[in-house]
Design a binder for this molecule. Sequence first.
Ligand code: UD1
Length: 379
Amino acid sequence: MKVLVTGGAGFVGSFLCEDLRRAGHEVRIFDNYEPQVHAGSQSNIGALLKPDGTPLKGVEIVYGDVRSPTQLDSALKGVDAVVHLAAQVGVGQSMYEIHRYVDHNTVGTAVLLELLASRRHAVKKLVVASSMSIYGEGGARCADCGIITPSLRSGAQMKRGEWEVTCPACGKTATPVATNEEKPVLPTSIYAITKRDQEEMCLVVGRAYDIPTVALRFFNIYGPRQSLGNPYTGVAAIFSSRLLNNNAPVIFEDGDQTRDFVHVSDIVQALSLALVKDEANGQVFNVGAGIPISIKEVATTLSRKMRRDIAPQIENKFREGDIRHCYADIGKIRRYLGYKPKVAFEDGVSDLIAWVEEQKAEDRFEQAAAELAKRGLAR
Ligand code: UD1
């Protein structure tokens, strides 16, 4: 089949296009080469080009912006499936560049869906990149009250440096549990709201127009090609960029907050399964490794493996909108699609480092931290 991949020149998109091509599909990459993500980094799509720089057979590259109906309309011509990955990515930044995030993510998706709803096309599958951020805090259990749905920690609690999530009913410290797709969503940033919008809009329009649609809720993706120049997202890339420049990774809170780190190749596995399996249609799935890893552990693993004897700087500050713990229950995607994460964190980190060490990463962390602090979004 012929697959249109929006954001196809990005971190996830470029690996997906290579994989689709290996599986015998044709790909059309649609990308605006967002400077915040692509500036200074080597091209991600080198493996899809011939030595003279022209695309390999079965690959098309279209420069375009998802907010442009004209550009997107011509990109949709003759494609059998769409994987919608194009988005602005940065939780903290989304809290002040509100218009830009809503415009690219929510409005861009609206443009795509309106074309699918109103023009003749051959699209028989739509897969959209959603995010774990839509859950807000991950699943949690109170020893006395059972499973709870915690809201975002209050500013007052954070100022006291009491980082752990507490039970809304009795105030006891809660224990994280794996988050499944049934957990009520509670987006706590503009970025997360736009991801919920993308997911819900695609599923609703897909259902109304009989376009089989799947939403994948990605957890914290890491791996080669993650933008090292984007200081707003991807803690593993940010920390490796700091270490490469002989700077200490800066840890918010106390470093014991946890996330589910999923290697980019496992994300590609999930996308490829969602594209071809009918069992996926109309569903939302978590895509993670299913294992919580603390941010402190990310910093120490990276500095050990990069042989930089630099301890992380634990500042006990916090970022507005950050959650404490979230890791995926991956039972649903295992059952429906046979997804199985293949890359263990230790191996994935080695893979990331091998790539990082070939890059010239500009460390823009201080600049981003100052921007957030100026606006009271990191304290
Ligand atoms: C967020 C989203 C996630 C999204 C991703 C991409 C949430 C809950 N999650 O991930 O869905 O796909 O962004 O934009 O909104 N940290 C430091 N020092 C740093 C950078 C980060 O200590 O220099 C900490 C953060 O405070 C946080 C953790 O590391 O506790 C993870 O941060 P990050 O990589 O930005 O990802 P999320 O915010 O989890």
